[in-house]
Design a protein around this ligand. Sequence first.
Ligand code: UTP
Length: 409
Amino acid sequence: MNLEEAKKKLETFGQEHVLKYYDELTDAEKQELLTQIDETDFAVLENCKNLGKSEGRGEFSPLAAMQVSEIEKRRDEFASAGIKALKEGKVAACLLAGGMGTRLGSDNPKGMYDIGLTKPVFIFQRIIENLLDTVKQADGSYIRLFIMTSEKNNDATINFLKKHNFFGYPEEKITFFKQDMAPASDYNGKVYMEGKGRISTSPNGNAGWYASMLKAGLRDLIQKEGIEWIDIFAVDNVLQRIADPCFVGATLLSGVTCGAKVVRKNAPDEKVGVMCLEDGKPSIVEYYELSQEMMDAKDENGDPAYNYGVILNYLFNEKALYEIAKNTLPLHVVEKKIPYIDENANLVKPEAPNGCKFEQLVLDMIHELPTCLPYEVVREKEFAPIKNKEGVDSVESARELCKLNGIEL
Ligand code: UTP
């Protein structure tokens, strides 16, 4: 794209300020900015007017989870089906590590955070150790590990993992790919600049992973290796069980297109997304969308009907995902802290949210699929997310849970 074309595009979207410092840039920087303008979808910025507005959902109804009691009864059957699939190379894992971790407030990728007390214990290390547990159960069959980074943290992530020898995971079994980015704007939809020659961008949400994987050309590898299922999981749950054979087996034997690990809520109004049906298809209702009536609803055993929160660990049938890949997922507007340059071109890192980011969410991906099995896991054993510096879902709370599970820190 040349300068004239860039000007035209920016004018169409009311973003002319992007070229304010153009004349001060070096030739290489000019070219980079023109390329970024060319590649940026400014149309998404329109959505900032929807911030805080309810997103028009369908009709919710409960979706029963497979509970721990049933899982325990059938553990051997599920685990052996899962181990068979793992050994046959049908299952891959995908670590979603493209997020910015703004709440934790570290400049490094979240996985580099050290939660150790007497020795270093990095979040990435915990993840790999957990994956190695699965490998052990599958008699040493290493599974393909995809790691999604973003352009913001890709180099730091790869360098860190290399430096630590991938914490013992074979390098040839790891495939990195970068997720797509979306522009970030102020509340009026004016895109922020993070440098004189660079538009502020942020990763396009936790559902961007499959489209980005396809874009990176990884379907060839998936087909070549005979991968049929992909277990996606968040970087920040340090008790995460990955490609857990019992979960894999339960999902496969249930004949569904997707399995979702869920935990029993600890209060009807707990702030977690709850697995349910929406217009008869699997979905997730956010805690703030739960009406009192839904919170009071009971299932046939007298237990709360909307009782199982998702923990961002899903096993997807890859073919099913490929079929829905052409459908565009809705964009959600989220209020976030966005670094930007002020009128004097000084970089500001705001202390409070100052604008909008645009994300695709995994809940919409699930809603495109015909079936999903919510699979209950014991919260204290499998869910120790690190979102914040202190308080709820923090380094402290995760450390406590690690201790409870005999993990030395
Ligand atoms: P969160 O939604 O908690 O976001 O991500 P975050 O970026 O880690 O943290 P905050 O909200 O800025 O504090 C849940 C998981 O999804 C991944 C994250 O890396 C984490 O594993 N994620 C999130 C992505 O991979 N890409 C995204 O665009 C967003």
